[in-house]
Design a protein around this ligand. Structure first.
Ligand code: CTP
Length: 394
């Protein structure tokens, strides 16, 4: 959603990882971006312009002088009408040129003339990456506001292992999305909770629910991208940590409560997407319970309602809760909005719990209900944050 309709000039230089630029072009297109591919002469030794133009759905630009003859858009137009220049892979050579103000081919000219963010995803041998000249160039570019994604560590094409691998394409996508996002949450401290909690019966058994954490993680990632400082308190989840967010892992409702309380005072916005267990075993056995008896009664007691507690202690915070309902969705969600002193409630059904998409109704503190179509959780995260920004503006 963030990259939808964005014009991305994708610069590809001559590294062995150039083939990954094909996947990047495909993913940019899938996100709804317009890709304008530019290849250096060296890049064409690694991948063909035909492959790149097919996946980018655009002719490949390569020759500076061909463009200036007016047959295609000019290099200046390419530089100045793009929302992002993303150089992936970026060799030591293109980094050096950009840092030294050299513009001797189409890509270096576009970088020089760009009035949008420029993102480099370096890819080179570890020795090259650690070379003081390259390091100095990267530092100078960073100081001048150029952005970097990676490089990552791992096996390198030259048979060695270390830092210098092209960052995973998903990380480059995330950095690109961050680069083009409006920073409308800058200055905000956002506390997000995600995932299920587990309430122990004994060391190997627990009471829990099928929440995956995807909704909360998507919100944390989107808030970070939009300029907020983010703390993500998460129950057990296998999802990758959102880059740039402080992640606090917890297991039980009590641990989630304790973590929330310690971050609450310094937060300005709280988004409670966690599926907190409402009941826990009164007694948690220290040893594995043996199956000697035919029946086992497990007595449960209420856990603390973290959101309700925060609603009571609210001091200028903006509180967002979720309402998981199997019936009377809107009515029950409105009750939670009132009882927990919320500013926004997201009503949803259990169908969204472990799914990539969710269909919700958003209800604000004035009682306005907005039914949404089914959306991918990443897109829904941005819609929720749009409403949060709207409420903040008053
Ligand atoms: N919540 C919480 N602490 C709990 C239970 C829920 O902070 N012990 C939060 C959830 O994270 C969610 C909101 O309260 O944002 C509503 O949770 P939900 O499960 O829909 O409702 P409950 O308040 O638990 O009520 P019920 O289970 O009776 O519907």
């Amino acid at each position: 959603m963030t990259l939808k309709d964005k014009k991305i000039c994708l610069g590809v230089t001559g590294a062995i990882s150039a083939y990954k630029a094909l996947e990047l072009a495909r993913l940019f297109i899938k996100e709804g971006a317009e890709v304008r591919p530019v290849m250096t002469r060296a890049a064409a030794e690694f991948i063909t312009p035909l492959s790149l133009s097919t996946l980018a759905r655009s002719p490949v630009y390569g020759d500076l002088f061909e463009l200036t003859q007016g047959t295609k858009i000019s290099h200046i137009e390419l530089a100045q009408t793009s929302n992002l220049v993303c150089v992936a892979p970026a060799t030591a050579d293109i980094i050096g040129k950009a840092a030294s103000g050299i513009a001797d081919d189409l890509l270096s000219t576009v970088i020089m003339a760009a009035c949008c963010p420029v993102l480099f995803a370096p890819s080179m041998n570890t020795r090259m990456w650690e070379n003081p000249m390259v390091k100095g160039n990267v530092e100078r570019l960073k100081a001048a506001g150029y952005l970097f994604a990676g490089p990552a560590e791992g096996e390198l094409a030259c048979g060695t292992s270390g830092k210098g691998r092209l960052a995973p394409v998903e990380d480059i996508m995330e950095a690109a999305a961050e680069a083009v996002s409006m920073k409308d949450l800058k200055g905000e401290k956002v506390l997000v909770t995600a995932g299920p909690t587990r309430e122990a019966i004994d060391p190997v058994r627990f009471v829990s629910n099928p929440s995956s954490g995807k909704m909360g993680y998507a919100i944390a990632r989107a808030a970070r991208r939009r300029g907020a400082e983010v703390v993500l308190i998460t129950g057990p989840s296998h999802l990758a940590k959102p880059a740039g967010a402080a992640v606090v892992p917890v297991v039980s409702a009590q641990e989630l409560h304790d973590a929330c309380i310690s971050y609450y005072p310094q937060s300005t916005i709280v988004i409670m997407a966690a599926a907190v267990a409402d009941y826990r075993p009164v007694k948690s056995f220290p040893h594995k319970v043996k199956k000697d008896a035919d029946k086992l009664d497990v007595e449960l007691e209420r856990t603390v309602d973290v959101l309700k507690y925060m609603g009571k202690k609210k001091k200028g915070h903006l509180l967002v809760g979720f309402a998981l309902e199997t019936g009377n969705m809107e009515e029950n969600a409105r009750k939670k909005l009132r009882d927990k002193n919320l500013d926004l409630v997201i009503a949803n059904s259990p169908m969204g719990l472990d799914s990539e998409t969710n269909q919700v109704t958003i209800i604000d503190r004035d009682g306005v209900a907005e039914p949404m179509p089914p959306l991918k959780k990443g897109a829904l995260a941005d819609v929720i944050l749009d409403r949060v920004v709207g409420l903040k503006k008053g």
